[in-house]
Structures are given as C-alpha cells and as structure tokens.
Design a protein around this ligand. Structure first.
Ligand code: FDA
Ligand code: NAD
Length: 427
C-alpha cells in the first residue's frame, strides 16, 4: 500500500503549518503536498498550550489557535487544507524513513514516498525515568508538549483546586505552568536544581525579579535539589514528592518540565546530526539534498553568530526556518542563506518579556527593577549580542532588536547601564 507526493512534511506542529502557508503562497498544485502528524489535529500554535489554553476563565480552544494566527496570519483550519488540496494524514506516526529510497513507513503500514521531504518532527519532553526516577504514568503527574498533554493537565488542575502542586524543573514549562496553577488557586512549590529559575537565559538579577513576583503570589521555592521518588496511594496516584535532599512535599498533582530532546531518531545514521539536531545549511537543507529540516529539530547556521550551528527551541525560529525552507525549495534562485535573529519571549501573570540574540559576554542591567520596567544587554568583545526587556512597547522591542541585529559597538558598560533603553533609541 502506498501513496506518492512531490512534497511531504513529516510532523504537524508549528513549523508544518507555516511551511504549508508558504507552499500555497508560492504556488503548489492540488495533491502535491502531504503533512503527516502523530497528533490528531491540524497544526496549531503550540505556545498557546501553556498560556491561553490553561486560563481558568475563557480558555483558548481549537480551532481558535491553529497556525498561523500567532504571527497575525491566516488561520489554517482543516477546511483550508482541503480547499488547497493538501493531504493531512493525522493521528499517524512515521515508524521509519529511508532517505535513499525517499520513503516513509507509517505505523499503519502505509509507505509514503516524496521527491522533497521537510522534517519538522520537533521534540519530545524528557521523562523523569531518563534521570532514574519512576512514576511518569501516575494519573496526576503531568508533562506538557502537545494538545493531549494540555487537555489532561487542565483536567488534573480542575480536580486540584485549593490543593498542592509540585512543579519540577526551573525552565519555561516550570515558569509558565506555575503561573497557570496559581491562577487555578492551587498552591505551588517550584523545585529545580539551579540557584535561580530560567538558568539558561536569566541572569541572577533578572531571575530575582520574577522569583520575588512569584513569591508575592504565594509560590514556594526549593532550589538546588531534584526529585528522588514519589509516594503513591493504593490507586497509584502520587500523594507526595520526595526530594534528593530528603524533604517530603505533600502533592495533589505534579507538573514536570525538565527539558526536551529533538526527534532526530528516524534519521540517525542517514543524515548529519549536530548539537542534538539534524544539521542543515543556510537553506535548511540537510546532508541529503532532497531533505530539509526546520523548527526544533534543525541545527542551523546563525549568521549573526559567525555561522555557529544552533538548535533553537522557540516558536519564531520554527516559523521562520519553515518559511525559509519552502522558499529555498520553490524559489531556489531567489533564496539565499537565512539571516536569523534569535527571538524568545514569555508571558506570565501580567508580566511579559522579550529577548533577542545571544546571552553571552558581560551584562549591563538597566531600568527600575522595583517597578518592573527593566532590561539587560549582553556585550561580547565590545559588540552588543543580546538584549532583554520586560514590559516593553512595540517600539522599544524593535529598538533593542535592531541594536542586536546591528551588533552595535559598546565601549563603556557603565554608560550603557545608565543609558538603558535610550541607548537603543540613539542608534
Ligand atoms: P512541534 O513540536 O511544534 O511539532 C512537531 C510535530 O511533529 C508534532 O505534531 C509531533 O506529533 C510530530 N511528530 C514528531 N515525530 C513524528 C513522527 N515520527 N511521525 C509523525 N509525526 C511526528 N516558544 C516560544 O518562542 N514562545 C513560547 O511562548 C513558547 N511556548 C511554548 C509552550 C509549550 C507548552 C511548548 C511545548 C513549547 C513552547 N514554545 C514556545 C516552543 C515552541 O512551541 C516550539 O519551538 C515549536 O513548537 C517548534 O515547532 P516544530 O514544528 O519544530 O515542532
Ligand atoms: P527548559 O530547557 O526550559 O528547562 C529545563 C529545566 O529542567 C532546567 O531549567 C532545570 O531546572 C530542569 N532540570 C533539568 N534536569 C533536571 C532534573 N534531573 N531534575 C529536575 N529538574 C531538572 O525546558 P522545559 O521548561 O521543559 O521546556 C520544554 C521546551 O518547551 C523547551 O524547548 C522550551 O523552549 C519550550 N517552551 C518555551 C516557552 C517559551 O519560549 N516561552 C514556553 C514553554 C515551553
């Protein structure tokens, strides 16, 4: 049994949705494109799962957040794919791939062949079992990567109002889910091994601002330790979390966010892998010229950082790498190497920040941390390489992004601290 397409996108997440829109814009014919996804719904804006989807009142639900609404573009419902002759093969996992034969084998036993393949398999959440702790399958232990996880998290939250949650992991999932749990009137203890939250990005001073805010909302912090085991009731439900430092925390539910691994498995041994992702060139093309990789799974050269290969785990990069791959496929003469400025953001409670570039080198903090109007610049070898701002306006975010894009020269860090946002507006 088999079907053949000109273009196949493997994975039906953020990157797949933006790639589909770009294919239509650049002019594909009906029946040429197929998207295969393990998920049972058409591509959607994954960031909504830890924000609007978790709101206690008026939560976001599909079809409202199908791609590409996150970039203020068209909302691609299943009807849109039908109208454009794009085959959506949903609820279907690809079990193996053969890039020499240009075929994919699905779990249902179908062989799908392609002329050009775009790998957009994203990533999976790391499980506590990978760190030697058992218990992920308990009904009140939640992860958050896809719609099914988010729906389950909502059900568990609803059954725990007024109770206790333990959040494991000090990154994005920990930070955004803690805020959601608090809004559901659940008391949170947030546990992570580092000295402060969001260790991959925040400086201690930036983290202290958000941690103080969280404390003011009743969140309890336990730092410098990790989960050792769970205590369960006779039904298998977790009743307490035991930490490596010996502490025991009663828990009605647990949320785990301890990082991800890119879904490269189908292609290991067939394509070049670097930095945990599928290595691509500036046109998103892998070591096999008929195969492209985009989004969380792709490790691509970032011009701004001297073509250093990076694998980014953020939605803006998924959107832009996907569009770029399609442009490289459909308009090869007109498409050069991607020139990407890394962009990350988050929203929690009434707070909201954006970050551009790279967080290496010396840091200059600016603004007023006590009033929540602050930011930071990162300067490496006298050039501005990164910028962070909490509660900025559109113009302010554009200004700091531009300062990083231009890698402006910085001679005096003390003056930079004093100038703060003005520095970016003077460029
Ligand atoms: P994505 O994970 O979106 O999609 C991969 C798809 O491939 C999935 O549909 C999966 O089922 C499918 N797949 C994988 N293997 C398969 C196989 N073998 N067969 C078939 N299908 C397969 N970023 C940001 O910048 N700001 C934010 O606020 C957030 N917020 C956020 C919240 C939550 C809850 C998560 C989990 C993530 C974020 N992110 C984020 C990160 C952002 O969502 C992420 O970078 C993009 O979703 C990556 O898009 P991809 O398309 O690469 O992978
Ligand atoms: P993360 O990489 O942001 O954070 C992982 C955290 O896990 C670390 O900070 C550390 O505290 C913790 N950790 C690591 N090993 C541990 C261990 N053995 N025991 C306990 N804790 C441990 O990953 P995440 O928070 O799981 O987020 C998953 C993915 O979702 C990431 O790719 C992230 O970029 C994405 N995401 C992004 C956003 C956003 O950009 N606003 C929001 C949500 C999710």
């Amino acid at each position: 049994m088999g079907r053949a397409f000109v273009y196949v996108i493997l994975g039906g997440g953020v990157a797949a949705g933006y790639a589909a829109l770009e294919f239509v814009r650049l002019g594909i014919s009906h029946g040429e494109l197929c998207i295969i996804s393990e998920e049972t719904v058409a591509p959607y804006e994954r960031p909504a799962l830890s924000k609007g989807f978790l709101l206690p009142e008026d939560p976001a639900r599909l079809p409202s957040f199908h791609t590409c609404v996150g970039a203020n573009e068209e909302r691609l419902t299943p009807k849109w794919y039908r109208e454009h002759g794009i085959e959506l093969v949903l609820g279907t996992k690809v079990k193996s791939a053969d890039v020499r034969r240009k075929t994919l084998l699905t779990a249902t036993g179908e062989t799908i062949s392609y002329k050009i393949l775009i790998i957009a398999t994203g990533a999976r959440a790391l499980k506590i079992e990978e760190f030697g702790v058992r218990g992920s399958d308990a009904e009140n232990v939640c992860y958050l990567r896809n719609l099914a996880d988010a729906s389950r998290l909502v059900d568990v939250m609803h059954s725990c109002t007024g109770g206790n949650a333990v959040v494991i992991g000090g990154g994005y999932i920990g930070m955004e889910c803690t805020a959601a749990l608090v809004k559901h009137r659940i008391k949170v203890t947030w546990v992570f091994p580092e000295k402060h939250c969001m260790g991959r990005l925040f400086t201690p001073k930036i983290a202290a601002f958000y941690e103080d805010y969280y404390k003011s909302r009743g969140v309890n912090f336990i730092k410098g330790t990790v989960l050792a085991s769970f205590e369960n009731d006779s039904g298998g439900k977790v009743t307490a979390v035991v930490l490596k430092d010996g502490r025991r925390l009663p828990a009605d539910m647990v949320v785990v966010g301890i990082g991800i691994r890119a879904n490269t498995g189908l292609f290991e041994g067939q394509l070049n892998i670097e930095k945990g992702g599928i290595k691509v060139n500036g046109r998103m093309q892998t070591s096999n010229s008929s195969v492209y990789a985009v989004g969380d799974v792709a490790a691509f050269p970032v011009k701004l950082f001297g073509n250093d290969i990076r694998r980014l785990e953020h939605v803006d990069s998924a959107r832009k790498t996907a569009k770029h791959a399609v442009a490289a496929i459909m308009a090869p003469q007109k498409t050069g190497d991607l020139d990407y400025l890394p962009f990350f953001y988050s929203r929690v409670f009434t707070l909201s920040w954006q970050f551009y570039g790279d967080n290496v080198g010396e840091v200059a903090h600016y603004g007023d941390f006590s009033s929540g109007r602050f930011g930071a610049y990162w300067v490496d070898r006298d050039r501005m390489v990164g910028a962070f701002l909490e509660s900025g306006s559109r113009e302010e975010y554009e200004a700091i992004a531009e300062a990083v894009r231009l890698k402006v020269t910085v001679k005096d860090m003390t003056q930079l601290e004093r100038d703060g946002l003005e520095f970016a507006f003077q460029i």
